[in-house]
Write a protein that binds this ligand. Structure first.
Ligand code: CUK
Ligand code: CUA
Length: 662
């Protein structure tokens, strides 16, 4: 069917191009004439000719164009990078659907602008007395059941402050932020174990645990990393810090992690890139970090048996540091929890194949990806084929655990999989995506098949369900770091260029460019749309979305009231098209005000916003939601509050006055 379509298109194109190039009669419009006079061209042929579209362009347009009211096949969850959030978009249309606020206050969603519930979520991520209101999100991870996305939750990390957030996909809102008490920053996060038992977080720029002060001269003695296993309780929709634990690792600068699945279920893998334990100091005449950490030919893949770690923790073999259970290195080694395997020069991503049998590590400065076999790893462990590093951790023999090395090109970073036995690896320096064959247990079966250029300097890639046990193939997204000349000029800070590739055919094809002007999406995951079943409205009127339960201060119609108790004022307000009730709020300067608003609407999309000028309050009250905010009435005067979503023809009338008497 698709082939037929392509042939038909080609025929149409050939006809139109021939016509446009003067092969037709006098009535044939030229491209220039079409643009200058008479408005837009009308027929498909004329449009193609006028816009200079090639047959490939037309095919790409037909593959991605999504008419009004038609739905996308996949949902793409992109990390929002430095914006500290997560972006949901449709595939193949690449239309942005929601910019989910996570680590950064966002006023449209009323996240962190007064609402007590969301302020509490953000405050849980504070560091000591410092309010943290920024973040750098890197790796979103959808919750999994048996290694497959189940569409229930999404996790995302903040690299800068070593935090992990939980987003509930019933309402696409952030419910929890946890701060790792041992790490000040972390990178290899988030990755989930096959049944979302744990959310994995690996460290990066190592410090003493708990980021205590220690001079750099004490690097080898005191600086350490961890692989943290955050326990997730699906029924509560929360990470349970008291049931979480960390495995201590040497200060090798852990980088990216991935959880094992199927054949490798029970393992987590993290690469590293400073086995030199180089400590820098360019200002003192030392070589800079970039040279110092790239001296050796190999770094270490960390292999962590989390099931054994869990047993050791349950047997009480941990130390508690800053409230976190920690399996120290000697215990982790004695319990068979921690191993290392050499990996070639300056490795980057780690990705486990769908069957869990193979672990792919890319080498930033090596044109190969290295494929390890879990069977071989197990045999090397059983046969004690190892030497010890200076912390006493077994380094498995490279030749014993390595299955194949595949030369792909310059700067391989990250790998994804499809349903046809192909792996896809991003090539940063080549600005390309490589498609290669997974050879199973045949070392010669690993072959580069083709490379497709992308624009430019690609980081991660995300294929449809491409890191699960059941990848779909079909689509792959290239998350490019540079856009350079792809879009109209917007000054010196350019968007990233997210490109959609069709990987269903014999040749990969770029079919869409999507500028991402909201931070740098490092990684994304793509889930089949029908696995998601979000709510249209909250289950009942008077709902607390953070608790996902009826709200304590829910207000029914007719029960609106203002209660004064000394200088404590409590306001119970309702909103419904097109009024706020009450419309007059009388306060005295110095009052402490607790204000609760319930949206009585039960109709889809009937959200009311609420903003109060001069008090930094912005709320989004979705149908059925109750939200609360508190403030001291420090500014006297006459203030207006009003709805901020154009909800009805009388939206502008949805307002009230707050009087603060001096
Ligand atoms: S890292 Cu950005 S390209 Cu944070 Cu996953 Cu590899
Ligand atoms: Cu409610 Cu506008």
């Amino acid at each position: 069917m698709r082939k037929f379509f392509t042939i038909l298109l080609l025929a149409v194109m050939v006809a139109s191009i021939t016509a446009a190039c003067g092969g037709g009669d006098d009535a044939t419009p030229t491209p220039a004439a079409l643009n200058v006079e008479g408005g837009l061209p009308a027929t498909a042929m004329e449009i193609a000719a006028a816009r200079g579209l090639t047959p490939d362009d037309i095919a790409a347009a037909l593959k991605t164009y999504t008419p009004s009211g038609k739905m996308d096949e996949y949902m793409l969850f992109l990390s929002g990078g430095h914006s500290g959030n997560v972006i949901a978009a449709g595939v193949p249309s690449m239309r942005i659907l929601k910019n989910i606020a996570v680590f950064t206050p966002e006023s449209w969603q009323g996240y962190g602008f007064g609402s007590k519930e969301t302020e509490a979520v953000l405050d849980a991520g504070n560091v000591g007395d410092v309010k943290i209101r920024m973040g750098d999100t890197h790796h979103p991870a959808l919750s999994e059941t048996d290694g497959d996305y189940d569409g229930q939750y999404l996790f995302i990390n903040d690299k800068t402050n070593a935090r992990v957030a939980v987003i509930d996909l019933r309402d696409f809102e952030t419910k929890q932020i946890v701060k790792d008490p041992l790490l000040i920053s972390a990178h290899g996060s988030t990755f989930v174990t096959p049944n979302t038992e744990y959310v994995v977080q690996g460290s990066q720029y190592n410090t003493p645990l708990g980021w205590e002060y220690a001079p750099i001269s004490e690097y080898k003695d005191k600086y350490r990393g961890t692989i943290t296993f955050w326990k997730f309780d699906r029924s509560k929709g929360r990470i349970i810090p008291e049931e979480s634990f960390a495995v201590e690792v040497p200060p090798y600068w852990q980088d990216l992690c991935d959880a094992g699945k199927r054949a490798s279920d029970g393992w987590a893998f993290c690469n590293s890139f400073n086995a030199e334990m180089y400590t820098g100091g360019v200002e003192q005449g030392n070589p800079p970090f970039e040279a110092g950490v790239s001296q050796r030919d190999t770094d270490y893949l960390h292999l962590v048996n989390w099931k054994k770690a869990e047993e050791a923790i349950n047997a009480g073999k941990f130390e508690t540091i800053k409230g976190m259970k920690v399996l120290r290195i000697p215990t982790a080694v004695a319990e068979g929890v921690l191993y290392l395997a050499p990996e070639p020069k300056s490795p980057h991503g780690v990705d486990v194949s769908p069957d869990g049998k193979y672990i792919v590590v890319a080498g930033k400065l090596d044109p190969h990806v290295t494929v390890y076999s879990i069977d071989k790893i197990q045999q090397a462990i059983d046969g004690k084929q190892w030497t010890l590093d200076e912390f006493g951790i077994p380094i498995l023999d490279f030749d014993a655990v390595m299955m194949a090395q595949v030369e792909l090109g310059l700067g391989p970073l990250h790998t994804q999989f499809d349903d046809r036995g192909y792996a896809y690896t991003s090539l940063f320096l080549d600005s390309a995506v490589a498609r290669w064959k997974l050879g199973g247990d045949d070392p010669n079966g690993y072959v580069l098949v083709e490379k497709t250029p992308v624009q430019y300097n690609i980081g991660h890639i995300a294929a449809a369900e491409g890191d699960t046990v059941n990848p779909d193939g079909k689509y792959l997204v290239a998350l490019n770091k540079w856009a350079v000349d792809r879009f109209p000029r917007v000054g010196p800070l350019l968007p990233q260029n997210i490109q959609l590739l069709d990987i269903s055919g014999d040749q990969m094809k770029v079919i869409y460019d999507m500028p991402m002007g909201i931070g740098e999406p490092h990684y994304a995951q793509m889930i089949k749309m029908d696995k998601l079943s979000p709510w249209d409205v909250y289950p009942e009127v008077g709902w607390d979305p953070i608790a996902q339960a009826p709200a304590e201060h829910a207000t029914k119609a007719g029960e609106e009231r203002i209660i004064r108790n000394g200088n404590q004022v409590e306001i119970y307000m309702t909103v419904i098209r097109s009024r706020l009730n009450p419309e007059h709020v009388e306060l005295k300067k110095g009052d402490h005000v607790a204000w609760h608003i319930t949206n009585l609407e039960t109709a889809k999309d009937a959200t009311h916003g609420f903003q109060l000028g001069g008090y930094n309050i912005s709320l989004s009250i979705e149908p059925g939601e109750t939200t609360s905010f508190e403030f001291e009435a420090v500014n006297d005067g006459t203030f207006a509050y009003f709805c901020t979503e154009f909800c009805s023809a009388l939206h502008l009338e949805m307002m009230g006055y707050m009087f603060v008497e001096p």
